[in-house]
Design a protein around this ligand. Structure first.
Ligand code: FMN
Length: 187
């Protein structure tokens, strides 16, 4: 798939077929992550691949933070079932100490964000689907997976073959609203 097609047709996929993800495809997704750029090329990330059914179910149970979802009216994370049912879940972690901080901007989130987008687009390019799950109980997940306290867990990616090809996309603001030229525009 061409890069721009992958960008334009990528969707959040939360329902999967039972088919397993082939090892070579999983490897290609992880290679795409490895190729991502990062602050001073420090590659502050670490990815945990989970296939164990019981572990995925526990991860799914931990994808809930009441204070975040209550105001939006969600009772559960929309990706909860996906985390239990996807053949593979990839956990994206980052070491803030292995990236830059400049003028109060912590670049580990940028580093891991770029790597995660590589993951998402590579999955799409290979016919796989996934979704970035950013809402979860980090402390309990850290305990479950043995992640040290200085490492942040930033995102969970249930990966599998999409149950269906979603037509159309989620809405986006028009360019006229998000781009200005030469200087900031107040309107
Ligand atoms: C940082 C981040 C965190 C997200 N967390 C969740 C989440 O916890 N649960 C979920 O179902 N979707 C989550 N999403 C998916 C977004 O809701 C989704 O990307 C957005 O609605 C746009 O839809 P699209 O990905 O299909 O274009 C997250 C996306 C990002 C980038």
């Amino acid at each position: 798939m061409e890069l721009f097609d992958a960008i334009a047709t990528r969707r959040s996929v939360r329902k999967f077929l039972d088919n397993p993800v082939e090892e070579d495809k999983l490897h290609q997704v992880l290679e795409a992550v490895r190729m991502a750029p990062s602050w001073a090329n420090m590659q502050c990330w670490h990815f945990i691949v989970v296939k164990d059914r019981a572990k995925k179910e526990t991860i799914s149970e931990l994808s809930y933070v009441e204070s975040f979802f209550a105001p939006k009216g969600y009772k559960v994370n929309p990706a909860k079932k996906a985390l239990a049912e996807a053949p593979v879940v990839i956990i994206a972690c980052a070491d803030p100490g292995k990236s830059g901080v400049l003028w109060d901007q912590a670049y580990y989130m940028t580093d891991i964000g770029i790597a995660c987008q590589n993951l998402w687009l590579a999955a799409r390019g290979l016919g796989l689907g996934t979704v970035f799950v950013g809402v979860f109980d980090e402390a309990k997940l850290r305990e479950l997976l043995g992640v040290p306290s200085h490492i942040r867990i930033v995102g969970l990616f249930p990966v599998g073959y999409p149950f269906e090809e979603k037509a159309g996309g989620t809405p986006r603001k028009p360019l006229s609203e998000i781009v200005s030229y030469e200087q900031w525009r107040n309107d």
